[in-house]
Ligand binder design. Structure first.
Ligand SMILES: Nc1ncnc2c1ncn2[C@@H]1O[C@H](COP(=O)(O)OP(=O)(O)O)[C@@H](O)[C@H]1O
Ligand SMILES: [Mg+2]
Length: 139
């Protein structure tokens, strides 16, 4: 079966005032449809770095990332990235709003997800009143 995502010889060096940090060297991975993959390793081994590269948050690296047209990507960051001055509902629709995609179908889906994740009764709350796990679910 074709790969959904192929990571070929990805190498990433961070340049800091103190010098060069070699974060990832020649990383390879192929992911096929339906596979569940966990990237496991000690703190500082480069897990967040490779996820940032896959999510196109970091475009300075060597190697190739080949994505299938069928790839749908979502990335939940390690720490929640909710905006504290917006309610849970406003945070949940922010991505759609920025992309001008606030149509009925998408808003119905937001409401479906808020229910699915047991967040509906908190939708008018602000992030500070939610637990860590609840904030992750909003994310
Ligand atoms: N923005 C950055 N600037 C400089 N070095 C970084 C930066 N982000 C991560 N690093 C370094 O790159 C290496 C990999 O970090 P990271 O990908 O965050 O590891 P992990 O997520 O596996 O704990 C570590 O040595 C870390 O200190
Ligand atoms: Mg990390």
């Amino acid at each position: 079966m074709n790969n959904l995502l192929e990571i070929k010889n990805v190498t990433k060096n961070y340049h800091t005032k103190e010098g060069e940090i070699k974060a990832i060297k020649d990383f390879n991975l192929q992911i096929k449809p339906g596979e569940i993959i966990a990237i496991v390793g000690p703190s500082g081994c480069g897990k967040s770095t490779i996820l940032s590269i896959i999510a196109t948050l970091d475009e300075e690296y060597f190697g190739d990332i080949i994505k299938s047209n069928n790839l749908k990507m979502a990335y939940m960051l390690q720490s929640d990235a909710l905006l504290p001055w917006l309610t849970i509902y406003e945070n949940a629709i922010l991505g759609l709003k920025i992309q001008n995609m606030l149509n009925k179908e998408n808003l119905d889906y937001v409401n479906y997800l808020l229910k699915f994740y047991n967040l509906e009764e908190f939708k008018d709350n602000y992030p500070k009143s939610l637990s860590g796990g609840m904030k992750q679910r909003v994310g």
